[in-house]
Design a protein around this ligand. Structure first.
Ligand SMILES: [Mg+2]
Length: 266
């Protein structure tokens, strides 16, 4: 009996490996988000993730202190921040997509309506420090306008300062944040930007392929840790979209094949 079971296991494994057993809908669905397990665990379990976030906000504070020394008009200064994976932690949503085999935007409404994402380590302290010194704080996010009320509630309840309508710029017509940054620049000098996605900093990064993104980062390398403060996001972002040429019509299986094709072995 044991031998029969062993033989059947070998045959099943072989069929799966060779692809002869074409996965049906259920098999596909069972594994659609498996690739996100480690990425999401990193956000939720790795103390290194928390350390990186503290590190980002510690650097931001150094830059702020330097800037404050050289100005007598802090109200004319602005710090611009993204929200998701920059000040708020949405990893519970990513975990849910794995545990329940769903894909964005399924379940996103429910997560937004809870308005209970945790603040990322260091973010609240840093922004309250900036607020106490009279610096303008602007949240530029690609959350849709319909989530304004929930987003504001979430920010306020977690202790974020300046979470008021004029300082919360959500997505209306386009995902590029350039126009919204320009709006802030009309009355402020943006001296610091924080984000987890390169497009949070400059339109030069918008919709670029992986090679162009890498080359532009190299070109602007002196800005990181200076004007641009980046936070880690292993779960999603343009870095991942660039791998499959932002073709959002691809299903998860097709995306996964793209990811594998882009691995660099030796
Ligand atoms: Mg983000």
């Amino acid at each position: 009996m044991k031998r029969l079971y062993f033989s059947l296991s070998i045959i099943s494994a072989y069929l799966l490996m060779t692809g002869c057993d074409r996965p049906n809908e259920t098999n596909n669905k069972d594994s659609i988000n498996e690739h996100l397990i480690v990425a999401t665990l990193y956000h939720q379990q790795a103390a290194e993730m928390k350390a990186l976030t503290y590190q980002a906000y510690n650097i931001a504070r150094c830059r702020l202190d330097e800037k404050l020394k050289g100005t007598d008009n802090p109200a004319g200064l602005a710090i611009v921040l993204d929200i998701d994976e920059t000040v708020l932690d949405n990893s519970p949503y990513e975990a849910k997509t794995i545990l329940e085999n769903i894909s964005y935007p399924e379940g996103w409404d429910e997560w937004m309506n809870l308005a209970n994402a945790d603040a990322l380590p260091g973010a609240v302290d840093f922004l309250n420090y900036a607020n106490q010194h009279g610096v303008g704080i602007f949240y530029i996010t690609n959350r849709k306008e319909k989530y304004r009320k929930q987003t504001m509630k979430n920010l306020l309840e977690k202790g974020f300062p300046q979470a008021v309508n004029e300082h919360l710029l959500l997505r209306t017509d386009e995902s590029s944040k350039e126009k919204r940054r320009n709006l802030v620049s009309e009355n402020h000098e943006i001296f610091l930007l924080l984000g987890d996605n390169l497009s949070d900093f400059d339109m030069i990064f918008d919709k670029k392929n992986s090679g162009e993104r890498e080359a532009t980062v190299k070109k602007l390398r002196d800005e990181f840790g200076k004007k641009f403060i980046i936070l880690p996001n292993t779960m999603y972002g343009d870095w991942l979209g660039a791998i499959y040429d932002y073709d959002h019509s691809l299903d998860n299986q097709q995306k996964l094949e793209n990811y594998k094709q882009n691995l660099r072995g030796f």
